[in-house]
Design a protein around this ligand. Sequence first.
Ligand SMILES: *[C@@H]1O[C@H](CO)[C@@H](O)[C@H](O)[C@H]1NC(C)=O
Ligand SMILES: *[C@@H]1O[C@H](CO)[C@@H](O)[C@H](O)[C@H]1NC(C)=O
Ligand SMILES: *[C@@H]1O[C@H](CO)[C@@H](O)[C@H](O)[C@H]1NC(C)=O
Ligand SMILES: *[C@@H]1O[C@H](CO)[C@@H](O)[C@H](O)[C@H]1NC(C)=O
Length: 409
Amino acid sequence: MHFFPLGKLAGFSAILALSAQAVAGARLLVRQNGTECSTLIGNVDAGNGGRKVGIVIDSSGSMIDNDPDDLRLEAAKLLNSKLITSAAATGGKTGDVVTVVEFSSVAEVLYPLGDPSGAVSSIDSIEADGGTFIGGGVSAALDELTKASSGATVDRTGILVLTDGVDDPSYLITDTIESIERATELGIRVSFGFLAIDAAQQDSRITTAIIRSGGTFTTLNTAGDASLFVAQALLNGLAGAPRSGPVAVLPGLKTAGLLSQTSSNTFSYMAQAGESLNVTVTAIDSIDLKVTLRNGDTNTDFKTAATDASGIAFLEHTTQERLNLSIAVTADNAAASGLFSVQLGSSLNPCTGNPSTNATLPTPTASYFPPTPTTSTVLVTGAASSMMGDSQRTILGFSLFAVVLGVLC
Ligand SMILES: *[C@@H]1O[C@H](CO)[C@@H](O)[C@H](O)[C@H]1NC(C)=O
Ligand SMILES: *[C@@H]1O[C@H](CO)[C@@H](O)[C@H](O)[C@H]1NC(C)=O
Ligand SMILES: *[C@@H]1O[C@H](CO)[C@@H](O)[C@H](O)[C@H]1NC(C)=O
Ligand SMILES: *[C@@H]1O[C@H](CO)[C@@H](O)[C@H](O)[C@H]1NC(C)=O
């Protein structure tokens, strides 16, 4: 068990709920529930198995308000359904194993590492109550994923965390960072889907640690986007050696990136003919960025923008044909390094392929989705996803302030 030492901070959940509602008003796409994304997830190539996967789910009290319909549980079940059971491990496929961990003030292994076929009832049993100790959840999953009988770990193990994102009390952040760094040392990718918390609000050490693990830091606009996040994680590969290729992004999510002196960051999206897209890149650290939209199939540039005085670069593009849209982010000053976020907007609902406007556009087929990337080497790539206006930032800032007050009281 991974205990946190203080009692629950009352009031936090109510305050965070206010933030979540405010953020929900700013969302790009209308998505009421998580099941819509089953079409998209069904079409993602989930690979050939042989993985060890940890599903780590926030069951803190704030989830009652932030995810009243338990859409993160739906997303977790969609992910589990993409894993290969021992019964389905035929024709060159190998079975996956999964563990399910819930955490609030304490972490609990609900489903010890085993066949995905038995995990659903454990996911369904998750309720919401108590504080938020994210590192406890990651750490419990790590123990399970590396236990003696479980075989090799490096490059075949991944952890997905679904949370509303802030350790409570905040000094637990140190444990969370250490847990993610331990995962990285073990060759385990850790991806986080943060409900409403983006990289500008998160402790930068957490964002950096997640990206260095090879996973993504993704901000979810609404609880329903948990399924979209699962799709993104599948597209990027749940486990594997560090990547050098692009990070897959999907409209409606905001993904964090980390730029170093030695790397540019590339993000990719399979766009359909006639899809109207926009890209917002926001510098989180104070770095001047250049963003290039490119046809990744032909390596032809569409357009370029630089970050403005407020650190934002914005580009719009309507595709003429189905193509692999590539978003390259580089620093103006080659010596610069730091965090940024990438957010894609689309005229299509990425879950259903249906236009959110009335334009007549094709429905995606299986070939719409790129194959799961094979392993290679990513120095630093990552993605975090969210959408907030200034008013939401103010409210969130107030929430964090109130949390600090809560700690003091
Ligand atoms: C959820 O989405 C599916 C697919 O779009 C739809 O059929 C269903 O009615 C929705 N459920 C709710 C509760 O909105
Ligand atoms: C998309 O384009 C990028 C950049 O050229 C490339 O690295 C990536 O492999 C391409 N993805 C697919 C699915 O073709
Ligand atoms: C980006 O595209 C989305 C979807 O079409 C749209 O709702 C949003 O307003 C666009 N963002 C900006 C800043 O124009
Ligand atoms: C889209 O189609 C619906 C149903 O036909 C219609 O009510 C709505 O006004 C249309 N919206 C636009 C922007 O044309």
